[in-house]
Design a binder for this molecule. Structure first.
Ligand code: MN3
Length: 397
């Protein structure tokens, strides 16, 4: 190990991945130093984290919380800033080695692009960045010779399976999915599920947005897109398979027919730690998998007719252009609407499909097109939701 600590910036430090990243850093203080922490609006947790980890900068996005955070950290050396512009600027600081992008949703795109342009390696937890603008982001990473290390457990698994392999030798990627809380259910059942039902994920503890995305399988659709961009494969080279035990985190099948899998108990800290320490593996005290406790590992086909978001994601990926950006924006608004009881579970797919049909298609988008598409789709989706019944919405009038 080198004597120089890796300086880490964590965008979205108060969320699920952010706090687990800090857990990993706390255990490996000899290797990593926290340089920048950012939060959307969780001021108290950001203050607590800043007092513990003593970063050079703490950015609170919500300007109404700025004075409170600043006053609370007045006796420290932490520089407190506010707003998305401050994040975009501080993320390029010359002392930062790696940026963990753990912000939720589309908001992660601009800071990630800024970090890549400044030559920072990216530990990518914000999958929306690749979903929305995969071509742009991976192109920039190549140009600036920046590594994108996946934090998403499936993509970390694939990445680990590919160590020492040639990307050209990939026949297909087998992306595993837990199936979420509604595995095996019918559309009739889904029409009446509540927010509380959808927030109960069987295997992973995550933020609210990604938990709903897991229940609708939108998350898996996004992960197919993420895999396409990270590993340079076509949509039809990615197979989604339901594996309820979440022990195999994903697999790669090579052109000789051999399949490699990466396994372990579901714990996000492992992929986070691997992204931070890559190419080294460092010791951990994470719980070990004992196969005897899992005598049955089972596999099923997903049902894209019940979980329409998965089919919509594949369709968007085949269409290309700004279509995935439309899906992402529509989904963010739909999920927020569902969490606010403004529409039913099936209504989320309805909103996404309507947006895919109605929002202007751009075949070769640049950054401004993505920003415009995102904005336009959100407005359209919000208006759509106002016209929808709050429960069991399947038909729009
Ligand atoms: Mn995942």
């Amino acid at each position: 190990m080198t004597a120089i600590k890796k300086n880490i910036a964590i965008l979205g430090s108060t969320g699920s991945v952010g706090t687990q990243t800090l857990d990993v850093i706390r255990e490996n203080g000899d290797l990593f130093r926290v340089f920048l922490l950012t939060a959307q609006s969780s001021a108290d947790l950001l203050i607590e984290q800043s007092l513990e980890f003593d970063p050079a900068y703490a950015v609170i996005c919500d300007p109404s919380k700025y004075n409170y955070v600043k006053e609370s950290l007045a006796g420290t050396l932490v520089k407190v800033l506010s707003g998305i512009e401050a994040i975009i600027e501080t993320v390029t600081h010359p002392e930062i080695h790696m940026v963990v992008t753990a912000m939720v949703g589309f908001a992660g795109l601009e800071p990630t692009i800024a970090a890549i342009k400044a030559g920072k390696d990216i530990a990518l937890a914000n999958k929306e960045t690749l979903v929305v603008a995969g071509e742009l982001v991976t192109g920039l990473a190549q140009k600036h010779n920046v590594k994108i290390l996946p934090v998403d457990s499936e993509h970390s698994a694939i990445f680990q399976c590919l160590v020492g392999e040639d990307l050209n030798a990939i026949e297909k990627i087998i992306l595993t999915a837990s199936g979420g809380p509604f595995r095996g259910r019918t559309p009739g059942f889904l029409a009446n599920v509540t927010r509380e039902d959808a927030l109960k994920h069987p295997n992973w503890v995550m933020g609210a947005k990604i938990t709903i995305d897991s229940a609708t399988l939108m998350n898996k659709g996004f992960e197919v897109m993420e895999a396409k961009w990270l590993f340079n494969v076509d949509a039809d080279q990615v197979e989604v398979i339901i594996h309820p035990q979440s022990i195999i985190h994903s697999m790669v099948q090579f052109r000789d027919g051999s399949i490699k899998a990466q396994m372990g108990l579901p714990d996000m800290k492992l992929p986070i730690q691997y992204a931070l320490s890559h190419p080294a593996r460092i010791e951990s005290n994470f719980k070990r998998l004992n196969f005897v406790n899992y005598p049955e590992l089972t596999f099923e086909k997903p049902d894209p007719e019940t979980f329409r978001n998965l089919a919509l994601a594949f369709s968007a990926l085949k269409t290309g252009g700004n279509m995935a950006c439309i899906v992402n924006a529509a989904n963010e608004i739909a999920v927020a609407g569902f969490l606010n009881d403004e529409l039913g579970f099936l209504g989320m797919s309805e909103v996404i499909e309507q947006c895919m049909q109605q929002i202007a298609f751009v075949e070769r988008p640049v950054l401004d097109d993505y920003l415009n598409t995102d904005k336009e789709t959100r407005i359209f989706a919000k208006n759509l939701i106002k016209k929808m019944p709050s429960k069991g919405a399947t038909v729009l009038t």
